[in-house]
Design a protein around this ligand. Sequence first.
Ligand SMILES: Nc1ncnc2c1ncn2[C@@H]1O[C@H](COP(=O)(O)OP(=O)(O)O)[C@@H](O)[C@H]1O
Ligand SMILES: [Mg+2]
Length: 352
Amino acid sequence: MPTVTREDVLEALRQIHDPDLHRDIVSLGFVKDVAICDGAVKVVIELTTPACPVRDQMKAEAERRIAQLPGVRSVQVEMTAQVRGRALAPEDLIPEVKHVIAIASGKGGVGKSTVAVNLAVALAQSGAKVGLLDADVYGPSIPKMMGCQGERPLVESGKIVPIRRYGVSMMSLGFLLEEEQAAMWRGPIVAGTVRQLFADVRWGALDYLLVDLPPGTGDAPMTTAQTVPLTGVVIVMTPQAVAASIAGKSVALFRRLNAPILGVIENMAEFVCPHCGQRTAIFPGPGARAFAEKLGVPFLGSIPLDPAVSLASDSGQPAVIAAPDSAQARAFREIAGKLAAAISVASVASSA
Ligand SMILES: Nc1ncnc2c1ncn2[C@@H]1O[C@H](COP(=O)(O)OP(=O)(O)O)[C@@H](O)[C@H]1O
Ligand SMILES: [Mg+2]
């Protein structure tokens, strides 16, 4: 019987390409360990995110290709993940946070916070370490949506300890102030507060820190982009024409601030009938996909409107928790995977 070598195994794995990074998994450094004993092959493949959408597919392909090699009696492929971080500057406020992703929208009410909480929980469910910063200082809604309204964070050694729910570490002005206090804030105070939400909170080691911005192009988005290095920005929009023109302004602002646009998410474009599953478009117009194409940014996906899920969210349970099998929850998980892949692409590109 022929014997299989480490080089044979690597050669077989070189045939597998990462669909987002467009390179083979060996040259990307994903193959961490190859052990061969008497025709039994064990391989560890380390992806750049636990939320990788092609994880299972890649595992199956690796197993198949190794099994085909002469001299192989058994194959074991272990998939792990290590999110690769950014290069750190000395004045970095949050050095243990690998990626900061801002969730922005041109106007309010498009579902930005709904998207932020569901993506955060979906990423945490995949095994990533996730934080969620509510930078909507005018109308902080994360505490309510995550079912922890009224909780008050502890302060330890001068730092505020995030509130944890559904595997996500959170901070919001909503935890620190009474409801009526937030609305009257003005420019410099907003900037200072947003900065404190990064610097004065003990975020700890995180793979992804999602930032729910207030709508528009005001002080909070500006401060966020100037305070911490953003891996990128996600734009949430509904498909009306007016939403597109306002979302265009957000894209222009972040481009001016040198923050890459990771993609566009469309919300509430369709209604999926809970009885028969039929899909009905709600707004006329070309939709967010056309908007993304026009601006040359990725389209990450579309989340259907679902009144039941909205109710659950109002009572403190994001869709991915309250109705994990719903069309909406599936859309959120798929988008979380695409976003994680886009983040990997952005960080590999910037470190190359
Ligand atoms: N896909 C959806 N299906 C049903 N209701 C939704 C959906 N997305 C958002 N909503 C509801 O729309 C309202 C506004 O959403 P929210 O996330 O607070 O928007 P924003 O943060 O952009 O102001 C909320 O009541 C929310 O529950
Ligand atoms: Mg909001």
